[in-house]
Each structure stands twice: as C-alpha cells, then as structure tokens.
Write a protein that binds this ligand. Structure first.
Ligand SMILES: NC(=O)c1ccc[n+]([C@@H]2O[C@H](COP(=O)([O-])OP(=O)(O)OC[C@H]3O[C@@H](n4cnc5c(N)ncnc54)[C@H](OP(=O)(O)O)[C@@H]3O)[C@@H](O)[C@H]2O)c1
Length: 277
C-alpha cells in the first residue's frame, strides 16, 4: 500500500512537473509581439527597416509603407518574409491624407487589425532660417508632422474598437533641444511630442497608448549625408562615445509596442547615448 501510495505520489509529481514544465517552456518560447499587426511608415530602409526586422523577430506581422514600391522595398519585404512572418509592402505617401486613409483601410483588409502604428517616415531639408525656403519648411512639416496626424487619425477608429493599440511616433532629440540649421525639422519633431501627449490623453481610457521615441545620432542614410567632420564632432559629445544603431531604436520600440509597457503612455523616450539629459 505504502509503495503503491509512493508510486502514485511520484506519478502525480511527474505529471505536474510535465504539465507545468511544458507550460513554462511554452511561455518561455512566446515572443514579445506574437501575432500583433504592426504598420510602419518609411519602413523600406534605415530605422524603419530595422524596426520591421526586429518586430518580425518578436513574432509581429508586418505592414510597411514607403513612397515607392521599388527594389529596396522588395528586398526588405523578402528579408522579413524569410523570418517566417506575414509581411506586405505598400507604396503610400504618408504626407497625403487620402493615401493614409487608403493605406490603413488596405492593411485592415489584408491583416484584419492594426495593433501597433509606428509613424517613422521623415525627411530633412536643413538650412539656417536666413536661407530656408518656404518650400523646405512646408515639405518637412508635411512629411514629418502632418503624416502623424494622417495615419493616427486613419487607425484610431480600429484601435478604439479593439480597445487596445500602441502608437509610436519617431521624434528626435532635436525636437526636445532644438538645433541650429534645423528649425523646420526641430519644429516638426517638437510638434510630434505635443501631438503624442495629447493623443495619449484622448485615447487612454480605451487602452490605446501613444508614446514618442527621440533618437539621437543614429547611423542611417539620413546621417550619412553629413560631412565626416560634423559626424565626428557629434560623436565626441555623446556620453557613450558612439553613434547609435537603428537596432538601438528598434529595441526601445519593441518595449513600447509590447505588454511590458502597458502602463506607459504620453512619454518621450530618448535613445541617444546620453546626449539629451
Ligand atoms: N537617423 C537619425 O539619426 C535620426 C535621429 C532622430 C530621428 N530620426 C527619425 O527617424 C525616422 C527614420 O529616419 P532614418 O534615419 O531611418 O531616415 P532615412 O534613412 O532617410 O529613411 C526614411 C524613410 O522614410 C521614407 N519616406 C520619406 N518620405 C516619405 C513619405 N512622404 N511617405 C512615406 N515614406 C517616406 C523614406 O523613403 P524613400 O526611400 O522613398 O526616401 C525612407 O524609407 C525619421 O522620422 C527621422 O526623422 C532619425
């Protein structure tokens, strides 16, 4: 009887260990963004591409938009598809209200929902105010700031219905601190921060969160345009003494998109090696 009892205790213990062991293993295998649908504007290259790849590695389904559906877009789509997640690329001008409405509609048709929107598309047209044309002012404000209005408005109904969503706006340390020669860019990026904080207040009651990331000096084609001496000078002022990588930004975006940040909204997180304090 004792042996029998001992046996059954052992059997039960083994069964419990087996069931919970498997559940734990399953939990451990779950990725941070499993099954979420993420829409990233300007996703064919630079930071947008790094975000798309990192999100795919965490199990997210990916929709990327860019001005053109060209070889670059196709290469990014292929790279993401190789990670085994559903991915689609869309040619869409984020500065256009009509394009943005159509983009959101098409993504919802193709994927069924949108859990994460990353407003990443951006341009620079740097000059001192004295030499800045009205055209350069308008172009930067419309691609960097109006696009955020366009896309956020286009996805908000879906996220409100879902009673969940994370909107991430790619601002800049320049939007926090200003920068000589970039008044148009700085104004657009500062505008994004005001927008982010307002939308966090408007949509928070339905568990839709809105945060901004303020990258510092990140190595992409945007920063490669700068002369070498200017780049070196920037790097020498960064406490961590290196420029950032697109992946540094992508890791923070994963946090903001995932349940790890479910009590975080209306915030600006700098990813800048300590440049902005
Ligand atoms: N790199 C940095 O150091 C840094 C620092 C702070 C903030 N940021 C911000 O981070 C974001 C990404 O920067 P990045 O360095 O990756 O820039 P990037 O390499 O120049 O890439 C920008 C992407 O946005 C796309 N794009 C431009 N205009 C668009 C439009 N109207 N509609 C849709 N897509 C458009 C571009 O498409 P095309 O290929 O067709 O041009 C490109 O794929 C930007 O918002 C930027 O302001 C960057």
């Amino acid at each position: 009887m004792f042996i029998l009892k001992g046996c059954s205790v052992q059997v039960i213990a083994t069964a419990v260990f087996f069931i919970f062991g498997r559940t734990n293993k399953k939990l451990m295998l779950m990725k941070l963004l499993d099954g979420k649908v993420t829409l990233i504007t300007g996703g064919a290259r630079g930071i947008g591409k790094a975000l798309a790849i990192r999100f795919a590695e965490e199990g997210s389904l990916i929709a990327i938009s860019d001005l053109r559906d060209d070889e670059q877009m196709q290469a990014t789509v292929d790279e993401i598809a190789a990670l085994g997640v559903k991915v689609k690329g869309y040619a869409s001008n984020a500065a256009s209200y009509e394009d943005s409405e159509l983009l959101a509609e098409t993504v919802i048709k193709d994927f069924g929902r949108i859990d994460v929107l990353i407003n990443n598309a951006g341009i620079t047209r740097d000059n001192l105010l004295m030499r800045m044309s009205e055209e350069d002012w308008d172009a930067v404000l419309s691609v960097n700031l109006k696009s955020v209005f366009n896309l956020t408005k286009a996805v908000q109904r879906t996220m409100l219905k879902q009673k969940s969503g994370s909107i991430i706006n790619m601002s800049s340390v320049v939007g926090v601190n200003g920068n000589a020669g970039q008044s148009n860019y700085a104004a657009s990026k500062a505008g994004m921060i005001g927008f982010t904080k307002s939308i966090a207040q408007e949509l928070g009651s339905r568990s839709v969160r809105c945060n901004a990331i303020a990258p510092g000096f990140i190595e992409t084609e945007m920063t490669h345009k700068l002369p070498d001496d200017v780049r070196q000078q920037w790097v020498s002022t960064i406490p961590l003494r290196r420029s950032g990588k697109p992946e540094d930004v992508a890791n923070v975006a994963v946090f903001l998109a995932s349940e790890l940040s479910q009590y975080v909204t209306g915030q600006v997180i700098s990813v800048c090696g300590g440049m902005s304090t």
